[in-house]
Design a protein around this ligand. Structure first.
Ligand SMILES: *[C@@H]1O[C@H](CO)[C@@H](O)[C@H](O)[C@H]1NC(C)=O
Length: 214
């Protein structure tokens, strides 16, 4: 019994640690990208040299340029844009959508995401792990909030006739993005055509055609 409780306690601890960045060991550790030391995150700027602007990012009111094939634009505010986020385990993004634009299926390897619709109407969805691969989807309006569990493939689509805007919060200073189609079809170097053909269960010519579009 005690072993069982201990096991559950350890499992809960592991899960807690796995869904967010590690806890900081000091008030802050403003990123110093010029420091060549490789640590998990960025090395800290001298705390005495830290200024208010290290904790600041301006410009999230600006509309993203959605003139691209998918019709959406992500404006990230991660540790790369806001050095004060280093070790703090959180980041933000603004997402703009053209009418019927999509933020294509993707996953964040290091973060869960909670999304708020600021303007317009979005269809959102995520797919559960194997073997079920269940699609969980919903249409959201202004003011609605939706969560994408860590690691799961998710997407958004503007289902309205005007532009839409959402703000997403992510549980990592550096959530990372893997866009599924790009990762599979536009890797560098390319995944061999016969592997893609077998994975998608299509002829090599069709796999080649799809790959050439990317
Ligand atoms: C938006 O992006 C398109 C395509 O890259 C470009 O042609 C256009 O000038 C951009 N518009 C603005 C306002 O930056």
């Amino acid at each position: 019994m005690a072993t069982r409780i201990l096991f559950h306690g350890i499992a809960a601890l592991v899960i807690t640690v796995a869904v967010a960045d590690q806890s900081p060991l000091q008030d802050f550790c403003v990123a110093d990208p010029s420091n060549g030391v490789f640590v998990n995150g960025f090395a800290c700027k001298d705390p005495k040299m830290v200024r208010a602007n290290d904790f600041y990012f301006g410009g999230l009111h600006l509309t993203g340029n959605v003139s691209n094939p998918v019709g959406s634009k992500v404006t990230p505010v991660t540790v790369a844009q806001l050095p004060g986020l280093n070790t703090l385990g959180i980041s933000l993004a603004r997402i703009d959508y053209a009418p019927w634009g999509i933020n294509p299926p993707h996953t964040h390897p290091r973060a869960l995401e909670i999304l708020t619709v600021i303007k317009g109407t979005l269809e959102v969805g995520f797919v559960t792990s194997n073997p079920d691969n269940r699609l969980i989807t919903k249409v959201l309006s202004k003011g609605d909030v939706f969560v994408f569990p860590v690691g799961l493939i998710h997407y958004q689509r503007n289902v309205g006739y005007s532009n839409a805007v959402a703000i997403a919060a992510l549980g990592s200073q550096n959530p990372g993005v893997i866009t599924i189609t790009n990762a599979i079809l536009r890797s560098n170097p390319n995944i061999a055509i016969d592997i893609l053909a077998k994975a998608f269960q299509v002829d090599k010519s069709i796999a080649g055609q799809v790959q050439s579009k990317f």
